[in-house]
Design a protein around this ligand. Sequence first.
Ligand code: DC
Length: 218
Amino acid sequence: MSILHIAVDGPAGSGKSTVAKIIAERLKITYLDTGAMYRAITFAALTAAIDLYDAQALKTIVDKIDLKINPTAIYVDGVDVTEAIRTPEVTQNVSVVSMDPYVRAEMVNMQRKIASGQSVIMDGRDIGTVVLPDANYKFFLVADPVERAKRRLIELKAKGFNTSLEALTDEIVKRDALDSGREVSPLRKASGAIEIDTTFKTIEEVVAFIIDAIKEKE
Ligand code: DC
């Protein structure tokens, strides 16, 4: 089989990661959660208690971090941070860290290296526009903000975090604005990307739609 690059972009809670993970298993290709990488840098920055707006301090963190990622786990300096990067504290600060041009350049480099020479499905905000502009397939997932907040609420409650639908909807709308409004690689639908509104679709419906779209062309 020739190398297959699939880009899945969209705002927080649109279902990208869930869907991309399942597609990776079905197509037997590598899955890369690029959001986890920005979260890991944010986790490291918060742990070091630096000012997240201090570009020089962020650069120091990025230059010395040992970041390892595989389809099921992510490690910072040898420590498994897969769960630790999903806390509300990291979620509330990740948009600021991911606005930094140096952080982005380094993460994009790593992401391209991972994609080179192998089939991969990557989910994020700038995969179709910046990381893999020549991807064979590009999808852009969207969903109503309240529906996205409901999905996050279920996830967070399952992990024991106490929050409300209103607070999560506010946070999602704020994060959308930051992710779409930043100067470097804002969240945008790539040209040629297929847009899928997941508001009223089940995970399986979205997975089937994407796999059918791929099979049609292969
Ligand atoms: O997909 P997620 O919610 O885990 O992503 C966390 C944050 O990382 C998101 O608010 C924006 C940023 N991000 C990004 O800027 N570019 C990517 N390719 C992936 C995520």
